[in-house]
Design a protein around this ligand. Structure first.
Ligand code: NAG
Length: 437
């Protein structure tokens, strides 16, 4: 266990340092490739978009003078027009995507005239989301080349470059705003811990750690994104960001498990099966973070991107399901205790709390996984930031709920209850018999 954990950490760190050089300015090496279509990056242009393309070390597998190199080159295409281009090719209107009037030709290789490299600057004045694609319509021609592509929009008066895609350019501000919110929440929490220091449990310090890590993670993400926005490269801020999001991921899932088991405020120890859940969730989080790094840094058209995406989704789903078990076990124990114990009312109250927590965790997981993903898919490219805001708001709501319901309290509301609430809780228990969890 210890060895595999250390190995995973090394692996994780080496991927981090390996991947720093990749960012919004992308370098790709194409080696004797005969794919007829090679997609590169996607980017949301405004009316002042530019594409800088520097290609060097170009070589062909069978360099003969008869090659019609106008059939080989780079072009920009939107997703919608790409569908029409495929239709045109199917209808035999054209034989090569480069011939279609629906795509924007950036550079065709007949302009090379024997040279092995070229630099070009292409101005894109149609505001839309485009994908940079390399098309090779000569069958059996293998091409090698080094490609550096940079896409950016020029900002209003100052004409400074903005390397973030049109829908993402406000992200640094959004992340910074959320950082400020979490920073204030951490301050408030420290104040609460100080005021209620007699009823503070260890779990409350753990919550503080989770809050602080979340705040630091957002700060790094804001700085990372704003650095990319200005320079097109990440310059190490992404490493800090990945480290904090890794720690944040682990602590958040651990916190959900610990609260779910009632650790430190219901009982001081963890049972074996509850420890097992942690043993599963923590290594899986490491895998999820490695996958996340690869996904972020390589872009959607790299080889293995889909595989990593699938690994990430699978691991994430397993983690989300695993953290629910301790809550379910606690609910079951409390329900049994409530039936047999003299202190039924107290247990009923705790039971209600845990059941609420269970539902909130499910909502949180559902929202941040499914709804955010759906938003990302259906919103137009200019509004990509809305899915980030939605996800962060859901996370914020979850943090606030957790902090509020499990706050340190002298007269803990779930230990002191009045008759009305007791009746409500008993009612809930009766319902529970009808609908099993
Ligand atoms: C890439 O091409 C652009 C446009 O011609 C040029 O201004 C720039 O200096 C080139 N960059 C590199 C690294 O060669």
């Amino acid at each position: 266990m210890a060895i595999s954990l250390r190995f995973s950490l090394y692996f994780f760190l080496s991927i981090l340092f390996f991947s720093i050089s990749f960012a919004e300015i992308r370098f790709s090496e194409i080696r004797s490739d005969d794919r007829s279509i090679i997609p590169f990056d996607e980017f949301g242009f405004t009316h002042t978009g530019q594409l800088e393309l520097n290609v060097s070390h170009i070589s062909f597998s069978n360099p003969s003078p008869e090659l019609d190199l106008s059939q080989v080159g780079f072009f920009l295409s939107t997703r919608d027009s790409w569908i029409h281009v495929l239709q045109q090719i199917q209808d035999l209107d054209i034989t090569c995507a480069l011939q279609s009037e629906l795509v924007k030709n950036v550079y065709t290789f007949d302009k090379l005239k024997g040279s092995t490299s070229f630099n070009t600057l292409y101005s894109e004045t149609d505001a839309n989301q485009f994908t940079l694609v390399f098309g090779n319509c000569l069958p059996q021609l293998r091409i090698s080349m080094d490609v550096r592509s940079a896409m950016y929009n020029l900002d209003g008066k100052s004409s400074s470059r903005d390397y973030l895609s049109a829908g993402k350019t406000v992200l640094p501000k959004i992340y910074f705003l959320f950082f400020l919110i979490y920073f204030s929440m951490a301050s408030i929490w420290i104040y609460v811990l100080y005021k209620k220091r007699l009823t503070v449990y260890r779990i409350h310090f753990f919550m503080l750690a989770v809050l602080i890590l979340k705040a630091l993670n957002l700060l790094c993400e804001a700085e990372d994104k704003s650095y990319i926005k200005r320079t097109g490269s990440a310059h190490g801020w992404d490493v800090l960001f990945y480290i904090f999001s890794f720690l944040k991921g682990i602590t958040l899932f651990t916190l959900i498990v610990l609260i779910g088991t009632g650790w430190s405020f219901l009982k001081p120890y963890l049972q074996d099966k509850e420890k097992k859940v942690l043993m599963i969730v923590i290594p899986l989080q490491i895998v999820a973070n490695i996958a996340q790094v690869v996904i972020d840094e390589s872009g959607p058209y790299a080889q293995d991107w889909i595989t990593w995406k699938q690994i990430f989704l699978l691991v994430d789903v397993v983690c989300c399901c695993a953290v629910l078990f301790p809550i379910v076990w606690s609910i079951k124990n409390l329900r049994e205790a409530a039936r047999t114990d003299g202190k039924a009312a107290v247990n009923l109250m705790k039971l209600t709390l845990f059941r609420q927590y269970y539902i909130v965790v499910i909502c949180y997981i559902y929202f941040t996984r499914v709804v955010v993903y759906a938003l990302e898919t259906i919103t137009s490219y200019q509004y990509l930031w809305t899915s980030v805001v939605a996800g962060e708001l859901a996370t914020l709501a979850f943090y606030v709920f957790t902090g509020y319901r499990f706050r340190p309290e002298v007269h803990n509301p779930y230990f002191v209850i009045d008759d009305e609430e007791e009746e409500a809780a008993a009612e809930a228990l009766k319902l529970e018999d009808e609908f099993e969890l």
